[in-house]
Design a protein around this ligand. Structure first.
Ligand SMILES: [Mg+2]
Length: 175
């Protein structure tokens, strides 16, 4: 279960201390798409998000690693002019491995940012990347996600009991 515990937990992608990540040696940010960057039924994101992600490109390699299908992920990758992996099957580490190879990175140089413990965080931890949990943007999930959320609820209960992770209590840990 510890494999599902993120190294950092913040409210949203806008609350992450990117400067700290850069200083600790992170070179690549691998964002989840649905409920991390955009709502699942949202076709486009607002200018604020586009500008924000584009700005991060000055300091990091930006990629979107999503379990969603190619058309949806590609349309966002185009908006941000960034790389992507669709149908990544997280918690498989396939997407992260692909990016690691492509950009000659080590696991420690990648931070994965996502809203789900059972896919984003578990996959990131398995790949030994730095893992950052954010609160989901919306309450609506993809159908395939409902089972993961069911398990997640149980894991969160356990984490809360052990005071490891409590929803709404944000934290960051050094690498
Ligand atoms: Mg998500």
């Amino acid at each position: 279960m510890k494999k599902c515990l993120p190294k950092m937990y913040k409210k949203s992608i806008f609350d992450i201390p990117y400067q700290n990540l850069k200083e600790s040696g992170i070179k690549c940010l691998a964002f989840d798409l649905d409920n991390t960057i955009a709502l699942i039924d949202q076709e486009k994101v607002d200018e604020k998000t586009i500008d924000f992600i584009k700005k991060l490109k000055q300091d990091f390699i930006i990629t979107i690693i999503s379990n969603n299908y190619q058309n949806r992920v590609l349309s966002y990758a185009k908006l941000f002019d960034c790389d992507y992996v669709s149908f990544a099957l997280k918690p498989s580490t396939k997407g992260l491995r692909k990016m690691r190879k492509k950009y000659h990175l080590t696991n420690k140089e990648i931070a994965i940012i996502g809203d789900q413990l059972m896919t984003d965080i578990l996959g990131g931890n398995r790949a030994k990347a730095y893992t950052i949990l954010v609160d989901p943007l919306g309450v609506k999930d993809l159908k395939i996600t409902s089972f993961n959320r069911f398990i997640e609820k149980y894991v969160l209960k356990n984490f809360a009991k052990k005071k490891l992770l409590i929803k709404g209590v944000y934290y960051e840990k050094n690498r």
